[in-house]
Design a binder for this molecule. Structure first.
Ligand code: GUN
Length: 301
C-alpha cells in the first residue's frame, strides 16, 4: 500500500491532515484580522543545529505552516560545532526580542550541548514547545499554559472527532517528556477531552499486551515501527499512533514512514485510528501554531 492511502478501516479514520487544514484556515482568518487592524503578524523563530534529516524535514514543515497561516517565521541554522554558550547567547537574544513571540530549538541536539540547559534557557512566555519546567509544572497542575505540540494536537483530534473520553480507560505507551508523560497527564485531567483513567506503560512494563487490550483509547508513542499489532487492540478502541520511523525501502527517498502501529491489522479491530503519515504529525504542527498565536495574544493583550 502506498503512503497516505490507508482507507480500509472498519472504524473511523482520524484524518489529521484534513483537520489540520481546517484549523490552519481558522488561524489564518485570525491572523488576517490582526494584520488588517495594523498590527504585526505573530512571529515564530526556530533554531536548527546540525544536519539531522528528520529534524530538517520537521523544521521545514513548521516554516511552511507559518507561511500558510500568515505568521512571520525565522529559521536560525547552526553547524553541529556551535558551542553550548553560543547557543545559549542566541536564545537570550531572542528572549529579549519583542518582535518574536515563540522560540523552538529543534531536538535532538549534538551530544556536547545539554538539551535540558537549552530548554530551560528559553523564556517560558515564548516556550511554544511547552518544554520549560514552568510550563510542564503548570500542565501538571491543570493551569493554563503552552501544552507541548504533539499532546495538544492529539487532544484536538480527539475533540474534533468527538471521541468520548470521560470515564474511559486510556493507555499511553511511552513515557517521554515530549509526548507520553504529558499525554498521560492531559488524559487524566478534569476536562474534556480528559477525565480518563490512565495507565502509562513503558519499556519496563511486563505483559504490555494485557494493558493495551484493556484500552478504550490507546496512544502509542514509543518509536518502534509497527510494534502494536491487531491482537493487542480491544475491538472498537480508538488508536492514536504517534510513531514516525524511517524504515529503509527501495524507493527514491530510500525510506518509507511507518508508525508504531501496524495499520492494517489494528484498523481491522479499532473503532477509530490515525494513519501515518497524515494523522498525528500534521496535528502536532497545529499545536505549535496555536501556541504561537496564544503567545502573541498574551503579549499584545
Ligand atoms: N524533536 C522531536 N519533536 C520535537 C518537538 O516537538 N519540538 C522540538 N523542538 N524538537 C522536537
Amino acid at each position: 500500500m502506498s503512503e497516505g492511502m490507508h482507507q480500509n478501516t472498519n472504524g473511523m479514520l482520524l484524518n489529521g491532515k484534513e483537520q489540520s487544514d481546517i484549523i490552519k484556515g481558522e488561524i489564518a482568518t485570525q491572523v488576517s484580522e490582526i494584520v488588517s487592524s495594523g498590527k504585526r503578524a505573530p512571529h515564530l523563530a526556530a533554531i536548527l543545529v546540525g544536519e539531522d534529516g528528520a529534524s530538517k524535514t520537521y523544521v521545514k514543515n513548521k516554516e511552511l505552516a507559518c507561511q500558510k497561516v500568515g505568521f512571520t517565521s525565522t529559521l536560525l541554522r547552526y553547524d553541529a560545532t556551535i558551542t553550548e554558550e553560543e547557543l545559549l547567547n542566541k536564545i537570550e537574544e531572542i528572549n529579549n526580542d519583542d518582535e518574536i513571540d515563540g522560540l523552538i530549538v529543534q531536538l535532538p541536539l549534538p551530544s556536547h550541548i545539554s538539551e535540558n540547559k537549552v530548554t530551560q534557557a528559553i523564556n517560558p512566555a515564548k516556550d511554544v514547545d511547552g518544554f520549560h519546567d514552568v510550563n510542564v509544572g503548570k500542565l501538571t497542575k491543570g493551569e493554563d499554559t503552552f501544552i507541548s505540540a504533539t499532546p495538544y494536537g492529539i487532544i484536538q483530534l480527539l475533540d474534533r472527532y468527538k471521541i468520548e473520553t470521560s470515564g474511559k480507560h486510556c493507555v499511553v505507551v511511552g513515557r517521554s517528556n515530549i509526548v507520553g508523560r504529558p499525554m498521560s497527564i492531559l488524559m487524566s485531567r478534569a476536562d474534556n477531552p480528559g477525565n480518563c483513567t490512565v495507565t502509562l506503560c513503558h519499556s519496563r512494563t511486563k505483559n504490555l499486551a494485557d494493558f493495551t487490550r484493556m484500552a478504550d483509547i490507546l496512544i502509542v508513542a514509543l518509536g518502534r515501527a509497527e510494534f502494536v499489532t491487531g491482537d493487542m487492540v480491544k475491538p472498537g478502541a480508538t488508536v492514536i499512533d504517534v510513531g514516525i520511523t524511517r524504515v529503509p525501502a527501495d524507493n527514491e527517498r530510500g525510506y518509507v514512514l511507518r508508525g508504531d502501529v501496524e495499520f492494517d491489522s489494528c484498523a481491522a479491530v479499532a473503532g477509530a485510528i490515525t494513519p501515518v503519515p497524515g494523522g498525528v504529525g500534521p496535528m502536532t504542527i497545529i499545536g505549535l501554531m496555536q501556541n504561537t498565536l496564544k503567545s502573541y495574544q498574551l503579549r499584545h493583550a
